[in-house]
Design a protein around this ligand. Structure first.
Ligand code: COA
Length: 393
């Protein structure tokens, strides 16, 4: 029996329940392969290590949407299409101006994303080509949403990106209103590539469920954002940074981790449903963080993160033996995003910018499947109750 399968409460002949759908294969995909035992991640047949440090985020978007890396003309066309699509529709921008002062982080991103259908006359078209174009437009608009909302929340006006900017550079420029240093652009690009896609995780599954009803890509994107927000999924890098701040120095790590576990809390940035080894994205995100540290001259957070990882893995192996708990991508996400110098309340929204590529690729793939995603539940509540009038209950 699969580890995730459990008998229904009534036992006997009741169907089995796969808690958390663990071990259930719900889609056949050509987009990514996540090998949790060997710690390998491949996009469309390319090992992530083969791509890391060599490709731009836009190249990975093309790969995920079209199934192959772009040639120069295709790459230039995608960059031009995305830079031309960054402007938010006027009513969407008006709504953002109204809402952003009252909400932040994933809340404002959720509201903003839902407005991206405004002005899209073909929003309900479900064919692949229209949705490949829609994916590029939404991917271009997500960084604008995050950057504009942050500035508006902080009483600043929005900054439009320059046409020649790619996603990473354009995002930092829209956020800060100044040309970002190339090293920061490279580090953010590495991060976006790292988180762009990861199989049938909770938010991607959510997006596929919405598309399977023949809904539309903006609805599915909004739903995926809602799913990413939680700390069991993408809502963790902010808390990871907070934890590193509370630990403060390597010699305090062990006492802190033991206290958290004794008090029944989970250690943020550790454990994964699929990976039973170190997250393969950790290696090259650490490398990117090392590069940044050598430029900024401040390796302190990098050193602390390494010490916390070593300590936590050791203590978890002792306190939770056999659970195979290792560092996940969020530990390194906190490190790299902090070194890029973006505010921690934007960590999860920036994760959403990167993951939009994978979400939309899965939505396009799901459009070719005609069967709605509709699992079953087993009823385990009471039966045969009889009604009584309100006065007698
Ligand atoms: N710290 C401490 N214990 C942890 C843990 C963590 N970060 N992650 C899992 N465990 C323990 C659980 O307490 C459980 O122990 P038990 O057998 O004594 O009950 C066991 O490992 C299995 O946990 P479970 O929740 O069933 O695993 P899952 O595969 O369903 O959950 C996560 C995966 C990611 C939700 C989980 O590891 C977690 O909550 N991690 C912390 C949050 C985080 O980093 N999220 C980002 C994910 S990329």
């Amino acid at each position: 029996m699969n580890a995730g399968l459990q008998h229904g409460a009534a036992g006997g002949d009741t169907p089995q329940v796969a808690r958390g759908l663990e071990g259930i294969v719900a889609a056949a995909t050509q987009i990514a392969e996540v090998d949790g035992e060997r710690g390998r991640l491949t996009f469309r047949g390319y090992d992530i290590g083969e791509l890391a440090g060599r490709v731009t985020f836009e190249e990975v978007c093309y790969l995920l949407w079209h199934g192959r890396l772009p040639g120069q003309a295709e790459y230039d066309a995608l960059r031009a299409e995305m830079s031309g699509a960054r402007q938010l529709p006027a009513p969407a921008l008006a709504a953002l101006r109204e809402l952003a002062p009252h909400a932040d982080g994933m809340h404002i991103l959720r509201m903003g994303a839902s407005t991206l259908s405004l002005g899209d006359a073909d929003i309900d078209r479900m064919d692949v080509e229209a949705n490949q174009r829609r994916a590029a437009r939404l991917q271009a608009q997500m960084p604008a949403l995050v950057a504009h909302a942050y500035r508006l929340k902080n009483g600043q006006d929005i900054v439009q990106p320059k046409a020649e900017h790619g996603v990473a550079q354009g995002f930092l420029y829209m956020l800060e209103g100044e040309e970002p240093e190339p090293a920061r652009v490279d580090a953010l690009n590495a991060y976006l590539v790292a988180v762009s896609e990861h199989g049938l995780n909770a938010s991607t599954f959510t997006g596929r469920v919405v598309i399977s009803t023949n809904s539309d890509m903006v609805s599915a994107l909004t739903a995926a954002i809602c799913s990413l927000k939680g700390p069991r999924h993408g809502g963790v890098p902010g808390p990871v940074l907070k934890m590193l701040g509370e630990i403060g120095s390597a010699d305090k790590a062990e006492a802190y981790i033991r206290r958290e576990l004794t008090e029944g809390r989970r250690i943020m940035g550790f454990g994964h449903r699929i990976y039973k080894v170190r997250d393969p994205r950790g290696a090259f995100l650490s490398e990117a963080a090392e590069k940044m540290a050598s430029i900024t001259g401040d390796p302190s957070l990098l050193a602390l993160t390494k010490a916390v990882e070593e300590t936590t893995v050791r203590v978890l192996a002792e306190v939770k033996p056999g659970r195979d708990l290792y560092a996940n991508v969020e530990l390194f996400a906190a490190l790299i995003l902090h070194s890029v110098g973006v505010p921690s309340e934007l960590f999860t929204p920036i994760f959403a910018i990167g993951r939009t590529a994978g979400w939309t690729a899965h939505m396009i793939e799901q459009m070719e499947e005609t069967k709605i995603i509709r699992p079953e539940s087993v009823y385990v509540g009471p039966r045969g109750l009889t009604w009584k009038p309100l006065s007698e209950r």
